[in-house]
Design a protein around this ligand. Structure first.
Ligand code: NAD
Length: 499
């Protein structure tokens, strides 16, 4: 790709330049070079995409479940056979290493497979003879045009948390992916086109705040599914819901791992390194704080440090363990926490600046970083850093660790490491967090359980994928029916009672 290439929108089954002349650079974070430009839609461009979706919706809604499932099945087969192409796009624009990119797609594919069960999942209920000769049943019908706004850190998986289910249920989608790594969205939309999806059912509009704002208030958009940082999630939730839309807005995180003295410290150190530094810490389910119940801290830190030394940092295409950060500005921001940690009195056990990399020096690198004796008052603890930075807090007891987690602003994920089943069970009951791991550091539920956090990690009451998504992307209608029977004639102005 040269720097004159421009990524278009995908509207009504075709590449579309739109009216706006604004663009943004898309980088290869492993080299620091601009790989292409992406278009930034105007409100009018968003209007064009919504109009295409709105026009295509009635025919798709009325298409039989069997035919819709054939398209979904074709899409699943195409995606599975060509997933390595998509993985390469993810590595080139996000920077995550190839194995991680493949894992991201595998988790997205799970949701596509879950959506293949839509005829069963969206079945209504039937009650016969609720009154003499009267039946009541429920139907689930699609909403119409649904908007999806996704973050940079999972350019394939996060859109896949929503669009397979939305489309299988009969909706039409307008996806606004992150402008930082936008190409995966077009690739997936083109693949769906190849799978036989009618034009206008899956549209991709690239852009920034202008495009997002246009989606949030558009009268023909029925719902918004958002994933991103907490301040934006809150804004999205408030704006879209005040415009009458159904909204689910998943926000940021700061996930704790509580390590009890009886834990297997080798397993725990492996898990901490994988969950702290995988995808360069740019995961909403990354572990960023370890609460080490004494006396384990010194031994655990030694084991983590030893593992950190073995990590290969570099271009994700070269078989490394950890890639670059998404942009230079984000890398610099994450690195600035290393000075802040020192100022706030923490010990910098491993400083990731100046790390040796297998890649070009101009890439957006920061090596794995470890802080010890971090205070809960410090910015390092309170901010979502979203980089390869692990903080250790030493605590005296399970209760002290639990209290820190439950006092936290976020409630996305957490994990306990212990060999005590009773402690694990107590933790799952007492912790105020939406997704809990017991000896599992990144407890992302499988596709048939819904994904979502508590507190400032999620706004709105619907989680992503799984059973929650079936109700989010459909409206339930209750029908009460009676077929004419002369015995039910007569006038009665009272509210109907059942007999
Ligand atoms: P972000 O909030 O900057 O961007 C998310 C989306 O919002 C993008 O499409 C972006 O274009 C748009 N956006 C950005 N600023 C906007 C504004 N002012 N008005 C309207 N729209 C705006 O997030 P990001 O940096 O792309 O992604 C990282 C964040 O996402 C982290 O906070 C991470 O925790 C969070 N995240 C959460 C989950 C979850 O499931 N809870 C999953 C993945 C990522």
């Amino acid at each position: 790709m040269n720097d004159t290439a421009v990524l278009n929108h995908w509207i009504n089954g075709a590449s579309a330049a739109g009216d706006s002349t604004r663009t943004a650079p898309v980088y290869n974070p492993a080299t620091g070079a601009v790989a292409k430009q992406v278009r930034l839609a105007s409100a009018a461009d968003v209007g064009t995409a919504v109009a295409a979706a709105h026009a295509a919706f009635p025919a798709w809604r009325d298409t039989s479940q069997a035919k819709r499932q054939t398209v979904m099945y074709n899409f699943r087969e195409l995606l599975n056979s060509r997933k390595n192409e998509l993985a390469d796009i993810l590595t080139a624009e996000h920077g995550k290493v190839t194995s991680d990119a493949r894992g991201e797609i595998a988790r997205g594919l799970e949701v596509v497979e879950f959506a293949l069960g839509m005829p069963h999942l969206s079945k209504g209920e039937f009650s016969e003879n609720v009154s003499t000769g009267v039946d009541v049943y429920t139907l689930r019908q699609p909403l119409g045009v649904v908007g999806i706004i996704s973050p940079f850190n999972f350019p394939a998986m996060v859109p896949m948390w929503f669009y397979p289910i939305a489309i299988a249920a009969g909706n039409a989608v307008v996806l606004k992916p992150s402008e930082k790594d936008p190409s995966a969205a077009n690739w997936m939309a083109e693949l769906f086109h190849e799978a036989g999806l009618p034009d206008g059912i899956f549209n991709v509009v690239h852009g920034d705040k202008e495009a997002v704002d246009a989606l949030l208030v558009h009268p023909d958009v029925e719902s918004i599914s958002f994933v991103g940082s907490t301040p934006i999630a809150k804004y999205i939730y408030e704006t879209a819901s005040s415009h009458g839309k159904r909204v689910q807005a998943l926000g940021g995180a700061k996930n704790h791992m509580l390590v009890l003295p009886d834990a297997d410290l080798d397993l725990t150190a492996d898990a901490a390194v994988n969950a702290g530094f995988g995808s360069a810490g740019e995961r909403c389910m990354a572990i960023s704080v370890i609460l080490a119940v004494e006396p384990v801290a010194d031994e655990l830190i030694a084991k983590i440090t030893e593992r950190m030394k073995g990590l290969k940092i570099g271009d994700g295409m070269r078989g490394t363990d950890m890639g670059p950060l998404i942009t230079e500005a984000h890398r610099d921001k994450v690195a600035s926490y290393i000075d802040l940690a020192t100022e706030d009195g923490a010990d910098v056990v491993v400083d990731g600046r100046g790390v040796e990399v297998d890649g070009e020096a101009s890439g957006f690198w920061l090596g794995p970083t470890l802080f010890d004796r971090v205070s809960t008052d410090s910015k390092v603890y309170q901010d979502e850093i979203f980089g390869p930075v692990l903080s250790i807090i030493r605590v005296a007891s399970y209760e002290e660790g639990l209290e820190i987690i439950n006092r936290g602003r976020y409630g996305n994920g957490t994990a306990i490491f212990t060999n005590d089943g009773g402690a694990g069970r107590r933790f799952q009951h007492e912790v105020q967090v939406g997704m809990v791991g017991i000896n599992v550091p990144i407890p992302v539920p499988v596709a048939y359980h819904s994904f979502g956090g508590w507190k400032d990690s999620s706004f709105g009451d619907a989680k992503a994928y799984g059973p929650n998504a079936i109700s989010f992307f459909t409206r339930e209608k209750a029908v009460t029916s009676r077929w004419l029977d002369p015995s039910h004639g007569g006038i009665n102005l009272g509210f109907p009672e059942n007999h």
